[in-house]
Design a protein around this ligand. Structure first.
Ligand code: SF4
Ligand code: SF4
Length: 295
């Protein structure tokens, strides 16, 4: 059995800003909602969302014998998170200005689990960061970290929505668990709904057919207006009042490694792109896709 305080101390020691722990749960209602959302066409061509909905609802189908879920997060807010100058072009979502978080967070989760295994040698499990069908945000709410905002992202009271999540699904029970989040939430605010330039937000879910973030990264949708974004979109986060009062990131691993306003894209060829951006999330889109997004 693991000790809740030990888990939180270990998460903090490897660099996570927040950590909560909950039991494995069956999210049958969330699965039903996801399936009706897909059925309505809101998932567009994001086929990975349509697969393994059973595993999303029940983590024990993903990790045999799973008992607990550790949800960890890092604040990545930087100087570009609250928006670019008016009429700026070639805008890049602020999470993409540094090393790809999939790599960084997975390494931090591994360090955390290695240390927990030292404390509890029978521990087994798996770590994920956007890399498997897991209701990460739902687990974060159950682990007391925050609530799901109207733009469908996790909002934490300390760091707003500029938080990158990772989860460890583990075989051990804990001596105690965090209580689900019950704070005030969004209240009457609807700023993110009003701020979305393509009206893609429909009360706690997204119509991905209209979402700039999806269109710039995942697939081609040349008809959709991108409003100056070439990779991702922060519009529904930069308007959020919780993000205005949250602190800037103080973890070097998540600070920007380049200035998006200083890149002379017309001088960047494949070789330069490889040198400067291969380890960033931009590599996922490819240089050709980014250049098409500038047109
Ligand atoms: S990422 Fe941009 S386009 Fe997508 S929902 Fe948010 S504001 Fe709208
Ligand atoms: S902008 Fe307002 S409605 Fe949207 S997530 Fe933030 S608090 Fe909630």
């Amino acid at each position: 059995m693991l000790n809740l305080a030990d888990i939180k101390a270990t998460a903090s020691a490897v660099g996570f800003d927040i950590c909560g722990v909950t039991k494995c749960k069956n999210f049958a209602l969330d699965k039903a909602f996801l399936e009706s959302w897909i059925e309505s066409g809101f998932a567009s061509d994001l086929d990975y969302l349509k697969r393994n909905t059973d595993k999303r609802a029940d983590a024990t189908l993903l990790v045999e014998g799973a008992k607990s879920v550790i949800v960890c997060g890092v604040n990545y807010k930087n100087l570009y998170s609250l928006g670019y100058a008016a009429k700026a072009t070639n805008k890049i979502a602020s999470y993409a200005l540094t090393t790809d978080y999939h790599t960084t967070i997975k390494s931090m989760l591994k360090q955390m689990c290695d240390e927990l295994k030292r404390l509890c040698p029978t521990l087994s499990g798996r770590c994920f960061t956007d890399s498997a069908p897991v209701f990460e945000k739902r687990y974060a709410v159950e682990a007391g970290l925050g609530w799901i905002g109207r733009q469908s992202l996790l909002i934490t009271p300390q760091y707003g929505s500029f938080v990158l999540l990772g989860v460890a699904i583990i075989s051990e029970q804990c001596d105690s668990y965090d209580a689900p989040y019950t704070g005030v939430g969004c209240g009457n605010c609807r700023r993110c709904i009003d701020a979305c330039p393509n009206n893609a937000i429909i009360e706690r879910h997204i119509d991905t057919r209209r979402c700039i973030s999806k269109a710039t990264i995942e697939r081609d949708n040349d008809a959709l207006p991108l409003h100056g974004w070439i990779f991702g979109c922060d519009e529904c986060q930069s308007c959020c009042p919780y993000n205005h009062t949250s602190p800037l990131c103080c973890n070097d691993l998540f600070r920007p490694t380049f200035d998006p306003t200083a890149i002379e894209w017309d001088k960047i060829g494949e070789a330069e792109f490889e040198i400067h951006f291969a380890k960033t999330p931009l590599a996922r889109a490819t240089l050709a896709r980014l250049k098409r997004n500038m047109e």
